[in-house]
Design a protein around this ligand. Structure first.
Ligand code: UDP
Length: 359
């Protein structure tokens, strides 16, 4: 068997693959363009307050996939944090997602679970909710009216007829007690893994690879943007340290009205309620998130999925498909929004597929 493989990109997809292949006896070279590993899940701990700052925006681990939960728990312990998102609208604060708490507060009614479906079947009710909580937020997030974006995006927000205000439906949730960076460090802590940071992967001339390559950088960049760049939304973060122990009482507040220019404000200390000293420290860190159009050179965050970008992606995928030994994956490689658990699931499947073919 060819014993050497390259994993290009040390995000969650790449690090999972690297680990599985290293455990299967492969010599894995991990190449990471940035000076640090962890992709956009990378965090930095503020030395003064001890707060774990999510450098690329809030990441909450949540899954219902047993294999993924089992896999990550081999490396870190999760703190049991359950994600809740509040929405600020018209000077009032509501609990998302769309459930009994929000509906009853917004309409000033006292519906029971059995009454929700009938109430929401009324078009005026649906429109009122949509206009209040989705229309402006979506325009800020995507730079487009909600009718113009892929409906699957808004479907990510659950709809329920209960008072369950947990943002995600997934049974398993949490933040690594030892911090997100430790997850990546431990995934790559294996004698068969060599990490090279500040090292971008480039296709050799003629595209001939001398060992299997698992690439999770941008697929268009791999081919020198030959057909033009795939469009993204980028984010800008405005981070501020405040002299109060608690600024907003929760980790994320969405600002769903158009008069506030940012989409949401994060307060990171709330992700670690188990860290009493950090919670009580008389300072906090908040971060306002702005979504803007992406220009080449900006950090890509959200793929802009539409017919045009799908056609462009198909052209790059066809090129990638012609290169023996190349597997492309991850958010940037597949040009797809991935929750962290889905990225791990995809990496486990890619590793399994590779190992079965190369036994
Ligand atoms: N959304 C909205 N209002 C909200 C929350 C979400 O309109 O308060 C819409 C918006 O279009 C967003 C999508 O639902 O892009 C998915 O929301 P999610 O919270 O999953 O966004 P993410 O955290 O992944 O950026």
């Amino acid at each position: 068997m060819e014993n050497r493989v390259i994993v290009a990109g040390a995000g969650i997809w790449g690090c999972t693959l690297a680990r599985i292949l290293a455990e299967a006896g492969y010599r894995v070279e991990v190449l990471e363009k940035r000076p640090v590993i962890g992709g956009n899940v990378r965090c930095e701990t503020d030395p003064e307050t001890g707060i774990e700052v999510h450098v690329y925006g809030s990441h909450i681990f949540h899954t219902h996939i047993p294999e993924v939960w089992e896999f990550v728990n081999r490396f870190v312990r999760f703190n049991g944090y359950q994600h809740k998102v509040l929405a600020r609208h018209g000077g009032k604060t509501y609990f998302l997602p769309l459930g009994l708490a929000l509906i009853n507060q917004f309409f000033g009614v006292e519906l029971t679970p059995g009454e929700v479906a009938g109430f929401m079947a009324e078009e005026s009710h649906r429109t009122a909710i949509f206009d209040a909580f989705f229309r402006n937020y979506t325009s800020k997030q995507w730079g487009k009216a909600p009718e113009e974006i892929d409906p699957s995006i808004i479907r990510r927000v659950p709809v329920r007829a209960t008072y369950d205000v947990n943002y995600f439906n997934d049974y398993h949730q949490g933040i690594p007690e030892s911090g997100y960076n430790s997850l990546f460090e431990r995934l790559l802590a294996h004698e068969n893994i060599e990490i090279k940071t500040n090292c971008a992967f480039e296709l050799p001339p003629g595209g001939k690879l001398d060992c299997p390559v698992f690439y999770s950088g941008p697929i268009d960049a791999l081919f020198g943007f030959k057909f033009g760049p795939l469009p993204w939304r980028t984010l800008r973060f405005e981070t501020e340290k405040l002299d109060v122990a608690d600024a907003q009482g929760t980790s994320v507040v969405n600002y769903v009205d158009s008069d506030v220019p940012y989409t949401r404000q994060h307060e990171y200390k709330h992700y670690h309620p188990e860290l009493k000293a950090v919670m009580e420290f008389p300072k906090t860190i908040v971060c306002r998130e702005y979504s803007t159009a992406w220009q080449p050179g900006d950090e890509p965050y959200y793929p802009v999925n539409n017919e045009e970008s799908a056609a462009l992606l198909a052209k790059y995928e066809a090129l990638a498909g012609e290169i023996p030994n190349l597997t492309v994956g991850g958010r940037l490689g597949q040009y797809r929004y991935f929750d962290m658990d889905k990225s791990i699931e995809a990496a486990l499947a890619a590793a399994k597929n590779f190992l079965e073919k190369n036994q």
